[in-house]
Design a protein around this ligand. Sequence first.
Ligand SMILES: C[S@@+](CC[C@H](N)C(=O)[O-])C[C@H]1O[C@@H](n2cnc3c(N)ncnc32)[C@H](O)[C@@H]1O
Length: 209
Amino acid sequence: MTDNELSIARYRGKAASYDASAERTMALRRRTIVLLQLVPGQTVLDVGAGTGLSYALLRDGVRETGRVLAFEQSPDMFALAHRRVQREGWRNVWHTNEPAETVRLPHTADAVLFNYTHDICRTPEAVANILRQVRPGARVAMAGMKFFPWWAGPLNVLAWLKNRPYNAKAADLWEPWSLVAAHCDAFVWESTQWGMGYIASGLYKGDVR
Ligand SMILES: C[S@@+](CC[C@H](N)C(=O)[O-])C[C@H]1O[C@@H](n2cnc3c(N)ncnc32)[C@H](O)[C@@H]1O
């Protein structure tokens, strides 16, 4: 089974309860979106958008004159995102049920959100395919789980256990942002959730061809 297949299988059983389980991290998700400093008229990309939990907040930033682009590989998660867009009648949200490694966007993005998208952030082909479709200088914001510092030792078994149900690459939690950070200027990150999470931002260098 590939990592993509494993992830799709894991989200099959999680989609229905996902929004309720994400409730406790909504404040962090909002903080990541604030870091994008969106302005009306921009095009923002929501990477691995899940059930579309961030769409309303992103739309608030880009307004009716801007656009939200999004992709999500799990058919179960995407079905809920699609239902959300239909229900709300949002005409400036374009989204597709495709993987990060091969998705083609209809427009270049001015800002990119990686909210809890660990497997994507740890897949070089996925990161390259996304950044190739982003405007140089675009703001990038990320949040997710990470390991505690090395000296916290056994606590990291807890971090791994918390991640395993969601991520195929749950053992790769030391610097989850590093593949994206390598393509950013002014990249900064800080710990959240007592060291088990992070929030980060930077400006895309425009160096992926
Ligand atoms: C923890 S959820 C986060 C969803 C959303 N970003 C949020 O903040 O609620 C991670 C999402 O990434 C998706 N995902 C994982 N690997 C992917 C890939 N290679 N391409 C596209 N989506 C992927 C999963 O299906 C899942 O919906």
